[in-house]
Design a protein around this ligand. Structure first.
Ligand SMILES: [Mg+2]
Length: 369
């Protein structure tokens, strides 16, 4: 957490109470007669690095297993007895993953943690700790950082994730939030992408296509009719409980989250498992307003839903012989629909079947296109 390529030795704190999040801001604090309180919307440059770090760390909780927390050079964490650790990292870059004109600060903070928790969920892990790196433009308003933390910490609290450390640096351009999350899982409960076998059934949690339509709607100024879809884009709900239950009950043979869309996940699981997958278009859990909106926009509603990312649902496969285990999981997920959408095949192709016709599952989103 406290090692960073942007950190310089002279930025190291020299007071008796070192900042918990090491940084290299070198922000000029305002030297004029204006005090912080005089400013209507103070920036982090007005506040200064030390005060910003203290402002953030004052909000962080702790845990019994956190032996050395924020304030030292690195965090020291006691492992969970009998469990393996699951590590993941994911970054949110302004202009690539979010637009500050569309996403309020708390939604940006929420999403930065949610995308990581979604990856832990896809492995069947219980989230435990996270590291937070903020790379911030000096002109960013303090209230924006407060808002980021509001969303980030509310989601952390809901899933009992402890922020064990982090880093702050100045950005010459975009706002960047980089998060590393760690979870724990018993060895026999791990979910991977590679366990699907021919004959397994393919399922997806929740609804798909919501987030892509929500984002498109906001880009056009927003719509009351698509408020639920906009919320699904802004504040995705990582399926942590579903992933943990699938793992704990050994109900899934393979699992992956839908960060880059259903089509991408289907192709990834099929490739990792060296099998094919056939998806039934009619079975896809799509909200009527999403179907309608895609039709009105002149998009093929099936292709749009397959390609649309950001839903953060789980795609998983399950052996038909173990439906009892899955039923047990579903009983504990009463508020989350789970839909069977297809079948794993020996034929290695990934296809979608609609109205009796089969076509290849389209390529997913790529960050470099
Ligand atoms: Mg993932």
């Amino acid at each position: 957490m406290h090692a960073s390529v942007t950190r310089k030795p002279e930025a190291r704190p020299t007071t008796a109470v070192p900042p918990a999040l090491a940084g290299s801001f070198e922000l000029p604090t305002r030297q004029s007669g204006a005090t912080f309180l005089d400013l209507a919307t103070p920036t982090i440059s007005d506040l200064g690095e030390r005060a910003l770090i203290e402002r953030i760390t004052a909000r962080l909780g702790t845990a019994s297993w956190l032996v050395v927390g924020p304030g030292d050079d690195a965090a020291v964490v006691a492992p969970e007895r009998g469990a393996l650790e699951v590590w993941t990292t994911d970054v949110q870059v302004e202009g690539v993953h979010f637009d500050r004109r569309l996403s309020p600060p708390d939604a940006i903070g929420h999403r930065a943690l949610a995308v990581n928790l979604s990856d832990l969920a896809a492995m069947g892990a219980r989230p435990r700790a996270a590291l937070l790196s903020l790379v911030l433009p000096a002109a960013l308003e303090v209230q924006t950082v407060d808002g980021l933390l509001d969303g980030f910490l509310a989601l952390a609290d809901r899933h009992r994730v402890t922020i064990v450390g982090g880093n702050i640096s100045r950005s010459p351009g975009p706002l960047i939030i980089d998060v590393t999350a760690v979870g724990s899982v018993r060895p026999r409960r791990i979910l991977t992408r590679s366990g699907a076998r021919p004959g397994d059934e393919v399922y997806v949690t929740g609804r798909i296509g919501d987030a892509a339509v929500g984002l498109a709607s906001m880009r056009q100024g927003g719509s009351a009719a698509l408020a639920a879809q906009e919320t699904r884009y802004l504040r995705p709900d990582p399926r942590v409980r579903a992933g943990m239950l699938l793992g704990a009950n050994r109900a899934a043979s393979a699992c992956m989250d839908l960060s880059d869309g259903l089509a991408d996940a289907v192709r990834q699981v099929a490739a990792a498992s060296r099998v094919g997958i056939t998806i039934e278009a009619d079975a896809l859990p799509v909200a009527p307003e999403v179907r309608l909106w895609n039709e009105q926009e002149g998009r093929d509603p099936i292709q749009a839903v397959l390609a649309g990312g950001d839903d953060y649902e789980l795609l998983f496969t399950a052996r038909p012989a173990q439906r009892g285990r899955l039923r047990h999981v579903l009983k504990h997920l009463s508020d989350l629909p789970v839909t069977r959408i297809g079948i794993v095949t020996r034929d290695p192709r990934t296809v979608i079947r609609a109205a009796g016709h089969e076509q290849p599952v389209p390529e997913g989103f790529s960050h470099f296109e």
